[in-house]
Design a protein around this ligand. Sequence first.
Ligand SMILES: NC(=O)c1ccc[n+]([C@@H]2O[C@H](COP(=O)([O-])OP(=O)(O)OC[C@H]3O[C@@H](n4cnc5c(N)ncnc54)[C@H](O)[C@@H]3O)[C@@H](O)[C@H]2O)c1
Length: 369
Amino acid sequence: MQKTIKVGVVGCGYWGPNLIRNFRAVPNCRMEVICDLNQQRLKHINGLYPEVRMETDYNRLLTESGVEAVAIATAVRFHFPMAKASLMAGKHTFIEKPMAASSAECEELMDIAQKKGLTLMVGHTFLYSPVVNRIKQIVDSGDLGDIRYICTRRLNLGLFQKDINVAWDLAPHDISIILHIMQEFPGDINCRGVAHVTPGIEDVTCMNLNFRKNRSAIIHSSWLDPRKIRETTIVGSRRMLVYDDVSQLEKLRIYDARVERPPHYDTFAEFNYAYHYGDVYVPHVKQEEPLKAECQDFLDSIREGREPISSAQKGLDVVRILEASSESLRQKGAPVNFLTGPARRPITPEPATNAVADKKSSDTTLLKR
Ligand SMILES: NC(=O)c1ccc[n+]([C@@H]2O[C@H](COP(=O)([O-])OP(=O)(O)OC[C@H]3O[C@@H](n4cnc5c(N)ncnc54)[C@H](O)[C@@H]3O)[C@@H](O)[C@H]2O)c1
């Protein structure tokens, strides 16, 4: 029988209630206390979960509730002070993305967690998405050929943030997906953006991550778009893949499409690109809520004393890329060298877990028809 872990969640604005719902759905987890400064939000949440203790004082959550683990779902500027207080109080700590407002803050938190032997995790939810992990399997199997570029679009109207720009708000998801797929850090990063609504806070950004061998990723983030778009396109030398996270049933489509340049031609008239248009294939991916797998991984990593899939190190990697993007924004889009910063470790491939990969159905066979 697994040990029951008592959890407290701080912040029940837009996202916190999703964490609360999923921690309650995970076996051997007890949602002990929910904390928010906003009395109205607490009253609403209390109506949903009358058996859970409600708290307005975060310090009391840390000192009086007896929780072993804390999940922080407040605005980014509060992540560092709240996570530091939680770790200093001896609690395993989960922080929503992005992990903190700077890499120095991330490093300080990692240092405290390591010294105290506590689990520190960041909420990169897409690392637990069955679709993203199917994409990783497809890329790793070589079905797409060599990756040429990845293009992601995460657009909608709002929710405008006051303390971070749209790249810090939305791009952490895309960056974590791209690093997971590329298994490599970009050599340089550039980013352009415009602040249309709140002076000084870009609401539209376009970030480029430039990798070795001419590979690249483009991340378009916006709070100023009429449609909700969550789309990732991966263009390979053999096939192309589109991941539409807004689609209910057909989130993943693989296009047997490519263009080839003839190796030899004698005259310009003979020169012709060879376009290949083949079938479009829609792999079935079993739907499971990534957030539930994320909450489960937090608790399992506490029990097993291992690194969570969405580790603090990955949180730090994403924040470093965001910092480079902000530096490029300040320099009006000039490329910022990423690899000459503090010592980089190679990204180590990790084994997919049952929680994140559906290994039974393979796309490879269907694609190689
Ligand atoms: N993983 C995801 O897919 C995902 C999606 C959305 C948001 N998020 C992240 O979740 C976090 C929260 O975002 P949000 O949109 O829910 O913000 P929000 O502003 O809607 O909610 C934050 C809540 O924290 C409360 N709060 C602030 N200071 C507090 C304090 N000292 N003590 C107690 N409560 C306090 C506020 O009253 C508010 O209710 C952010 O880091 C965001 O990036 C993650």
